[in-house]
Write a protein that binds this ligand. Sequence first.
Ligand SMILES: Cc1cc2nc3c(=O)[nH]c(=O)nc-3n(C[C@H](O)[C@H](O)[C@H](O)COP(=O)(O)O)c2cc1C
Length: 356
Amino acid sequence: MLQAPFYDPSKTYYENWEEGPFNGFADGVVLPTGEPRYDFLGEKLSYPIGIPAGPLLNGKFVKAALDKGFDVPVHKTVRSRARESNKWPNVLGAEIDGDLTLEKAELPIVVKPEYKEPLSITNSFGNPSYESEVWMKDLRDCVAYAKSGQLVVCSFEGTKWEGFSHDDYINDWVQGAQMIKETGVKVVETNFSCPNEGAASLLCFDVAKVKLITSAIKEKIGDTKLVIKIAYFGDHELRELVREVGGIVDGFAAINTIPAPVVNPDGSQALPGAHRVRSGICGHAVKWAGLDMTRRLNALREELGMRYAIVGCGGVTVPQDFKEYRDAGADVVMTATGAMWNPYLAKEIKEVYPNA
Ligand SMILES: Cc1cc2nc3c(=O)[nH]c(=O)nc-3n(C[C@H](O)[C@H](O)[C@H](O)COP(=O)(O)O)c2cc1C
């Protein structure tokens, strides 16, 4: 059953950042952590469940997630320099009948401030960031706060600015990953798949550039692990990506949201701003896509004899969804929408499946 969310969609990103987290993530309950027993990227986890980059806006949110047994929380995507958030609203309920197939995602989806089961939503922030001093301090605190068996991850996105050169841009990714490493975080995630920035094509589909950026990052951060966050891929494209970068990166996280045109019930554009006609959809309706990607990444890993980790994500809202992802080959399973509306989802999953 849906509970009051820890991120309040009726408030702005900034109000959530200052005042949140809310409801179940602010109840003060700290759940016990189990023995570290699951291998993930050279670390031992108590349990392979996490919250992906997004709902955990800052250190307060990450610590609350750790308290509630989400043993692999990912700090929302940050940048090397401050960037404003897209204007409110940033989260709305999405009315979708069944799966959001790629065909359905070409048609308008009605969104409104109503959240019903099975829950799907749209989210649109544009990867805002505070100055690096702010998130670096938060990350240091969170790394110190995590218990044995818990692993704090942080997501990063490179930034283009007025007059930037190609090399500046690559270097921005490299420096960002290095800044995260300096906070003590052992796993850096790069967000190559944000659909809410208005870019015509996602970076993850440009395999040559992904290879260039990931090679440069790995050269810099050495033993620190690198996971790349990707969108839903076709068979041929995924094979090419894995062939080219599966031996460079330490893991793939899939999926990000599926973009679709979002409208008000009267058919007008739902989110303010020319670049926000389409917006990322997540939650129940995209589970098929996350599972499908997990299965294919798993099959390719075996076929190509690679060792990368798989972070499965998309539409996990009840314990059975977690099990489906594990069976599909996910080393760690993550839930954003499901966790937002159920702060005790990790606890429920652990109760239903004591051995993941
Ligand atoms: C409120 C919200 C904010 C998000 N922000 C980010 C982000 O900053 N970086 C990122 O890589 N993905 C972001 N995402 C996408 C999630 O990490 C995840 O890939 C997607 O929501 C699918 O998972 P879900 O169905 O469990 O929500 C965000 C999702 C939500 C719900």
